[in-house]
Design a protein around this ligand. Structure first.
Ligand SMILES: [Zn+2]
Length: 474
């Protein structure tokens, strides 16, 4: 597949590269959350093909505090608001809150054949990897304040430090404020009203900020990762990438505080459903798991990279042509001998096609065609060729019966679907029956409905003897 945007993006990328992407494991994986991993992996694969030295790391930002909860967890997990994700229990009760959601993402990545080196941000704090960065941002707190002050156009107080402590008393990180740094310890207070979503315990003390006892604010942490790992490529979703957004702040902190050239930057757009931005909270759009039930992994990847990444992709599976058309587009870009998706859909609905459905070029698409029929197909695309004479066809008019007899008489010739379709119209005309009546006779006697898929294709896909018998039975 030709991915111009990726080639364009990497045109001037020379030498060894480290690609980073990360995700906060605080809830269900929305399908849009798969776009980052797919895009970064695409770049990784291209650089590997070019024989460039390249590493792809993917982080779970599990040291972030729980700052909101889905409705079903508000009662059970309300008391954990403000606690780092990796220190709160899983909704299932087994393992941590962060691991519960990270495991879901991991399994989706593996289904998509994306294999980055995975790390947890909590480990970077706990094993001391981030100690150097913590010391650095505390020593250079003034520069961080200056970056914030320039971006937000307001004075940042001298007693604000780019760090939060995990309160040794109540375990919350979201509620603490660091107010001083003497080179060894930070002074902090756990505040009742610092944030709206969690209440601190009022404790204050001096404490060493190292080895997992503290956390940098997210935007500073992002830059700290680039500095610590030497990240050279990382994009961001468009919601983070606006001017003054977190990506922008991180890039400035990287350049102006850490004095490091920031990674190659790019922003990618989201999915739209019928023009609306997808959001799992509003019930629009699918989860990552649902998306991978509806589409095979290679189609999911295709969907995420087929258009320029800065263009929003409209993906509304409930729109009848969305999924069949996506398969057609994919087949055009990736020619193979696979059966066309719409043909698999039709085949599935015809009797006696079990053998064909087992064929190598058909088999893999059958589960997806089944799900499409079940969940998304419009009524007019659904049909079952009736094994027995359908009751709905008992009241055909004399003219309709004559028409079917005519078709039955011509059936055994060697037909091409287009010609046969044209002839169906001609025969109706000859018998002076409206084409609407004529075609509904065909559909009623085969599938028990007065409309259906293109008649010639339907008839020619069936056993001719079966159709002949059916059309003459009347
Ligand atoms: Zn506290």
């Amino acid at each position: 597949m030709s991915m111009f945007w990726a080639d364009e993006l990497l045109a001037n990328v020379k030498g060894p590269q480290i690609i980073n992407d990360s995700w906060t494991p605080s809830g269900m994986v929305h399908m849009g959350s798969l776009k980052g991993p797919v895009i970064h992996d695409t770049l990784f694969q291209i650089l590997k093909e070019r024989k460039q030295k390249v590493k792809f790391i993917y982080g779970f930002d599990d040291a972030d505090p729980i700052d909101g909860l889905p409705a079903d967890l508000q009662t059970s997990h309300g008391k954990y608001l403000g606690i780092p994700l990796y220190l709160a229990p899983a909704p299932s009760g087994k393992g941590s809150f962060a691991d519960y959601f990270a495991d879901k993402m991991k399994s989706l990545l593996s289904t998509l054949n994306i294999k980055p080196e995975i790390y947890k941000t909590s480990e970077l704090y706990n094993n001391g990897t981030f100690n150097k960065a913590i010391q650095f941002v505390l020593d250079n707190a003034d520069q961080v304040r200056r970056v914030y002050s320039n971006i937000y156009q307001k004075e940042i107080a001298k007693d604000w430090f780019p760090l939060q402590v995990v309160c040794p008393k109540c375990g919350k990180v979201g509620t603490t404020k660091v107010t001083g740094w003497n080179g060894k310890e930070v002074a902090f207070s756990c505040e009742e009203t610092l944030v709206k979503w969690a209440k601190g315990c009022g404790f204050n003390e001096k404490i060493s900020p190292f080895d997992g006892k503290s956390k940098m604010p997210w935007k500073v942490e992002w830059a700290a990762k680039w500095w610590t790992f030497g990240v050279t490529i990382e994009g961001a979703g468009k919601d983070h990438a606006s001017a003054g957004g977190s990506y922008d702040v991180a890039l400035k902190i990287c350049r102006e505080v850490f004095a490091k050239e920031p990674p190659l930057q790019f922003a990618y757009e989201f999915f739209l459903t019928g023009g609306k931005k997808m959001s799992s909270s509003k019930g629009l759009g699918l989860t990552g798991e649902e998306l991978l039930e509806v589409l095979p992994p290679e189609l999911v990847r295709f969907l995420m990279v087929k258009t320029k990444i800065n263009q929003a992709v409209n993906f509304d599976p409930y729109e009848p042509t969305t999924i069949p058309r996506l398969f057609d587009e994919y087949d055009k870009e990736n020619p193979s001998k696979k059966m066309r998706f719409s043909d698999v859909v039709n085949l599935l609905q015809m009797p006696g096609k079990e053998k064909e459905l087992e064929r190598e070029d058909v088999k893999a698409r059958v589960p997806y065609a089944k799900i499409w029929l079940d969940k998304f197909a419009p009524e007019e695309e659904k049909f079952t060729v009736k094994e027995e004479f359908p009751e709905a066809a008992l009241h055909l008019s004399a003219l309709q019966k004559m028409f079917l007899a005519k078709v039955a008489g011509e059936l055994m010739k060697n037909w091409q679907a287009e010609d046969f379709q044209a002839n169906l119209y001609n025969w109706a005309k000859e018998l002076e029956i409206s084409s609407k009546e004529a075609f509904s006779a065909i559909y009623l006697s085969l599938i028990g409905k007065d409309h259906g898929p293109k008649a010639a294709w339907l008839i020619l896909s069936l056993d001719r003897g079966f159709v002949k018998k059916r059309f003459s039975e009347i």
